[in-house]
Design a protein around this ligand. Structure first.
Ligand SMILES: [Fe+2]
Ligand SMILES: [Fe+2]
Length: 213
């Protein structure tokens, strides 16, 4: 994909992201979009070397998680009609699109030395991470950023975003955190939905080609 095609793709993804978020009519979404723009969210990759490690990857990942989340909601409602009451569409959109806003400003573009397929060293563009602007953690940082932007969030949306990494984001010396994670999942099924959607999007939709694929 050349530079122009990449820019067009990023603009299309950004438009889709903003329209979906604005479809919730939630108080504060326009402030969030403004702040995300300033932080560099729409240009950021989703990771340094794993899924979608290219410009615009973070927005693309957020949209993928949203699409999987909305699909899971529909399918769960077919299997269990009562779930419509606790899997509200707007909450699924808000939690999935915004779960990783903590990553908006942490990736820095760098040149790296890497061996090419012929074993020759060459300079390639890549990313490093730098948490120094606001070292606040992961899910909890997303929640705080969103509140600071002026977004109205429900308790279940905050907890789903806070715990979207499930046990991967637990301080191993903290039994309190483990209890909080379990309690959040018990109280709000949105937590399980977001954890599943995030894992399915990154492991299946965004899977990098492996040997043998
Ligand atoms: Fe995350
Ligand atoms: Fe994610």
């Amino acid at each position: 994909m050349n530079y122009n095609e990449q820019r067009i793709k990023q603009e299309t993804l950004k438009k889709e992201f903003c329209e979906l978020l604005q479809s919730t009519h939630r108080e504060g979404v326009d402030y969030v979009i403004e702040d995300l723009e300033t932080l560099g969210f729409f240009d950021a990759p989703a990771s340094t070397k794993f899924h979608l490690n290219h410009d615009g990857g973070l927005c693309e990942h957020s949209l993928n998680v949203c699409k999987v989340g909305l699909m899971l909601r529909e399918e769960m409602m077919k299997l269990s009609p009562a779930s419509e009451a606790f899997l509200k569409k707007d909450s699924v959109i808000i939690a999935t699109l915004l779960h990783d806003v903590c990553k908006a400003e942490i990736y820095k573009k760098v040149m790296k030395r890497q061996k090419n397929e012929y074993g020759i060293w060459e300079d390639v563009s890549g990313f490093d991470v730098d948490y120094s602007s606001f070292p606040m953690g992961h899910g909890e940082k997303s929640v705080i950023r969103l509140l600071l932007s002026g977004l109205e969030l429900t308790d279940e949306e905050m907890l789903a975003i806070r715990w979207h990494m499930s046990a991967w984001d637990l301080a191993f010396q903290s039994p309190e955190q483990k209890n909080n994670l379990n309690m959040a999942r018990d109280l709000y099924p949105l937590c399980a939905l977001l954890q599943s959607a995030d894992g399915l999007a990154s492991s299946i939709i965004e899977r990098k080609k492996q040997n043998g694929d």
